[in-house]
Design a protein around this ligand. Structure first.
Ligand SMILES: [Zn+2]
Length: 265
C-alpha cells in the first residue's frame, strides 16, 4: 500500500457525491428531475472490498450480502433504503475538466418526513424541478444531530435544460446512477466478499463496543434503519421519525462505513 494525498483520497471517495459539510453551507443546484416519477430510491449495501468500495444494489431474495449474518443472526452488512438525488451542482468545479458544473448524487436515507419536505419545497414549487435553480442550505454544524436542509427556488433555470446537462456528460438516466450505486450479480458479490474475508484470528475476536461520546446517541441501534423503512406502518411518531433522520444526517456521508467498523467481512 502506498500513500496517497488526502486530497486525492477525498476527491475519489466523494466523487459524484453531493455534500454540504457545515452550518450555513449552501449550493445552487438544478435537480435532475422532470417530475416526481424521476425520484428514485434503492435498497443498497455499503461494501468494502479489494476491488470496489461503495454502494451496491441489494438483490433482495437470495442476496448474498443479506445472507451474511452476525453471530446473533442480524445482518452483518446492513441493508439501507436510500434516495440518491441527482443534482447539477452549478458552481462546483469538475475535477477532470476544471470547469464549473458537475452532476452529483445526494444520498439521503429514505424517510417519509424528508420526502414530504421535498414535495412541499421542490415539487409543489416546480412540478418539473429541472426548470428551476434551487439553493440547498444546511442548517446545523458538522456532526449536529439536528441538522436540516432547506430548499429555496431562487430563479428560473436559464443555464441548461435537463437534456443539455445530461448531454454535456454523455449521461443517461438511470444509468448514470452507476457512478454511486453499482449493480453486481450474486456471484460477483460473493466473490467480492470473499476477497475481503477477515483472518480467523480477527473474526474470533469479541466485537468492539464503541464508547458513548458527546452528541452521539450510542443507544440508538442499527435497527433504526429498518424502523425508518417501516415508517407509516408502525406507530412511530413524526418526532421520532425526525430523530431518525437527524441521526442519519449526522453520519450520512460515512454512514455506510460505520456498521462495518466492528464487522469486517
Ligand atoms: Zn441484500
Amino acid at each position: 500500500m502506498a500513500f496517497t494525498s488526502v486530497e486525492e483520497y477525498n476527491e475519489e471517495k466523494y466523487r459524484h457525491k453531493f455534500k454540504l459539510d457545515d452550518d450555513g453551507d449552501s449550493a445552487d443546484v438544478i435537480f435532475l428531475y422532470r417530475s416526481k416519477r424521476d425520484m428514485l430510491r434503492a435498497n443498497v449495501h455499503y461494501l468494502i472490498s479489494d476491488t470496489y468500495t461503495g454502494y451496491v444494489h441489494c438483490l433482495g431474495v437470495g442476496c448474498p450480502v443479506c445472507a451474511r449474518k452476525k453471530a446473533d443472526g442480524s445482518m452483518l452488512i446492513r441493508k439501507q433504503n436510500k434516495f440518491f438525488i441527482p443534482v447539477y451542482n452549478i458552481y462546483k468545479e469538475d475535477p477532470v475538466t476544471q470547469q464549473p458544473g458537475v452532476i452529483e448524487f445526494w444520498e439521503r436515507f429514505y424517510n417519509k418526513g424528508f420526502e414530504l419536505q421535498f414535495d412541499k419545497e421542490v415539487f409543489n414549487i416546480s412540478p418539473n424541478p429541472s426548470e428551476c435553480v434551487f439553493k440547498i442550505t444546511r442548517k446545523g454544524g458538522f456532526n449536529d444531530q439536528n441538522t436540516r436542509y432547506s430548499f429555496v427556488a431562487v430563479g428560473r433555470n436559464t443555464i441548461a435544460t435537463y437534456d443539455q446537462i445530461l448531454a454535456k456528460f454523455n449521461a443517461k438516466m438511470p444509468d448514470y446512477y452507476e457512478n454511486v450505486v453499482k449493480a453486481y450479480s450474486a456471484a460477483e458479490l460473493t466473490e467480492m466478499m470473499q476477497s475481503s474475508a477477515p483472518s480467523s484470528s480477527v473474526s474470533s475476536m469479541p466485537e468492539y463496543i464503541p464508547m458513548p461520546r458527546a452528541g452521539y446517541q450510542s443507544s440508538i441501534p442499527d435497527t433504526f434503519v429498518s424502523a425508518a423503512d417501516a415508517v407509516g406502518t408502525t406507530t412511530i411518531s413524526d418526532t421520532s421519525d425526525d430523530a431518525i433522520l437527524s441521526e442519519f444526517d449526522n453520519n450520512d456521508e460515512d454512514s455506510g462505513d460505520l456498521p462495518n467498523i466492528d464487522a469486517p467481512f
